[in-house]
Design a binder for this molecule. Structure first.
Ligand code: GLY
Length: 345
């Protein structure tokens, strides 16, 4: 088991990688706890949940909306949860986002923690304190920062994930490797078979490495005023592809990364061999998807992107495996690049 800490101005978050999720109950207060989960996770693991009331949401991105927050807040109030309450999320990115957002606004804030059940949420979504909901087609437009007190990342929970969900998470793992850790990239390349077979020990190592990198970034720049922007690598086009194609987040980000790598190459930031190495790894795990967003729709997605300021957008480039930086680029240039590179196959 590895304990990784994220230290920010007002909080310390402990990420426990390799801890048994069934021990989560021992870290909780004795009373006032509410568990938020989804129907799928509850069906698989509900009989072993800690003994507190459970509110389940519908699995999937459609639950990331304000109506769901309102309904859950009503249920918390109905259960007489007051400011001393504690919300434990047991689920993937959507459950943790919804529960974290609720915890940050309910009675102006209650304590929270997560048991993170998907690869995507273990390597990215559940750590770092970002949470939020969508507004129509605009992703994560309403949200807050709240560091969970602890996050349990138990790789044994990944064995029950559907393939699509597992590979979606793998894309975020590769993203972390590309932007911050060349060694992690090499480990994924060298252990292709064990990654496919979900080798538990290897997963624990890869997840720890990804979280260690993310923890270092978030500890330096919790509110994304600089360095943290690099975590959005692949996400400018990725979010647009996710919304337009209703693709799973990781696959959309993988295609967004392919575009971002090519864009980095076009600008002379990365050489051809490194570009090919990154794209080859994405292809090897079959992560790339077709995308053919029409101009008018792309415009809508980009103008609502949180990374946009005025007529420019912070676009994340890589300058080689393990290195990334954000640079302001005119929105018009982003459109032109997409028009020349859309995958209309
Ligand atoms: N998922 C990007 C971030 O946490 O900043």
């Amino acid at each position: 088991m590895k304990k990784i800490e994220i230290d920010t101005a007002g909080a310390r978050s402990k990420i426990l990688v390799g801890e048994s999720w069934e021990k989560a109950g021992t870290f909780l207060p004795g009373t006032g706890v509410i568990i938020i989960s989804d129907d799928n996770v509850f069906r698989l693991y509900g009989d072993k949940f800690p003994p507190f009331p459970v509110f389940c949401i519908k699995p999937g991105e459609s639950s990331k909306k304000l109506e769901v927050i309102e309904l859950l807040a009503e249920r918390l109030l109905g259960a007489a949860i007051d400011r001393s309450g504690f919300i434990l999320a047991i689920g993937g990115g959507v459950v943790c986002d919804v529960a974290g957002f609720l915890a940050s606004v309910y009675m102006r804030g209650v304590r929270c923690a997560y048991v993170s059940t998907t690869l995507l949420s273990q390597v990215d979504a559940s750590t770092g304190g970002k949470n939020g909901v969508n507004l129509g087609n605009a992703k994560n437009i309403i949200g807050t920062f709240l560091q969970p007190e602890f996050v349990v990342c138990d790789p044994s929970m990944l064995m029950t994930l559907p393939d699509e969900e597992y590979f979606s998470g793998l894309a975020e793992l590769i993203k972390t490797a590309v932007i911050g850790d060349e060694k992690l990239f090499r480990l994924i390349e060298d252990h292709y078979g064990e990654v496919l077979s979900r080798d538990r020990e290897l997963l624990e190592l890869l997840i720890s490495m990804a979280i260690e990198y993310k923890a270092s970034v978030v500890s330096e720049d919790e509110r994304e005023t600089g360095l943290r922007r690099v975590l959005n690598f692949g996400h400018t086009f990725g979010h647009a592809i996710e919304m337009y194609k209703s693709a799973k987040h990781g696959f959309a980000v993988a295609s967004g990364m392919e575009l971002a790598v090519s864009y980095s190459f076009n600008r002379g930031y990365i050489d051809a061999s490194e570009k090919e190495r990154i794209i080859a790894l994405l292809k090897r795990f079959d992560l790339l998807r077709f995308h053919d967003i029409p101009d008018d729709q792309l415009y809508q997605y980009i103008v609502h992107d949180k990374k946009k300021t005025g007529s420019e957008i912070y676009f994340v480039f890589t300058s080689g495996i393990g290195r990334a930086f954000a640079e302001k680029v005119p929105v018009s240039e982003i459109f032109d690049f997409y028009r020349q590179n859309r995958k209309d196959r």
